[in-house]
Design a protein around this ligand. Structure first.
Ligand code: S3P
Length: 174
């Protein structure tokens, strides 16, 4: 665990609850919450969907890589990464040494939580099918970067937040 940097970094798929849970955990710990999608949107001056449409996914990933690097170096609260951020090898290297928690979600709960998925360009067209594909492809990557796994299926956001908080407060190794 590095001396500086986030108290905890949340990773996981769209619909895992990273943002909702992250805000609750930050509140409980009395620290700030930051989501790398917000950093990207601020930097670009437009939404993630607009970046995908105007500039393409590769450009979004470049902005995301920079947003993650800056946030890991400077944010000391709770940090949530966009669902695809861990696909980048440089990002995975940067995560080494941080306390990373994987919020695991199954297909049914993820599909319910994202609903029609209108703000998530990667899901458009076939929300359930795309989530299944992304979960299949990415679950091993989330497992590889995280020291802790919290299963979120069937749990409310406050219940998941309490489990994450326990990991942070137990000082679970990073
Ligand atoms: C993405 C997840 C989104 C956002 C973008 C791409 C992904 O973030 O970064 O739409 O590739 O899984 P959330 O996981 O916060 O929805």
């Amino acid at each position: 665990m590095t001396a500086q940097g986030p108290r905890v970094v949340l990773v996981g798929a769209m619909g895992a609850g990273k943002t909702t849970v992250g805000m609750l955990v930050a509140d409980a710990l009395g620290v700030d919450f930051l989501d790398t999608d917000q950093v990207v949107e601020r930097e670009a001056g437009k939404t993630v969907s607009e970046i995908f449409i105007d500039d393409g996914e590769a450009h979004f990933r470049e902005l995301e890589r920079r947003a993650v690097a800056t946030s890991l170096a400077s944010h000391e609260g709770v940090l949530a990464l966009g669902g695809g951020a861990v696909l980048d090898v440089a990002t995975r290297d940067l995560l080494d040494g941080h306390r990373v928690v994987f919020l695991r979600v199954g297909l049914s709960d993820a599909a319910q939580r994202v609903g029609l998925g209108v703000t998530r360009p990667l899901l458009l067209g076939n929300v359930r099918g795309r989530i299944k594909q992304l979960l299949d492809e990415r679950t091993p990557v989330y497992e590889a970067v995280a020291q802790h796994v919290v299963d979120t299926d069937g749990l409310s956001a406050p219940e998941v937040a309490a489990l994450v908080r326990a990991v942070v407060e137990d000082g679970g190794h990073a």
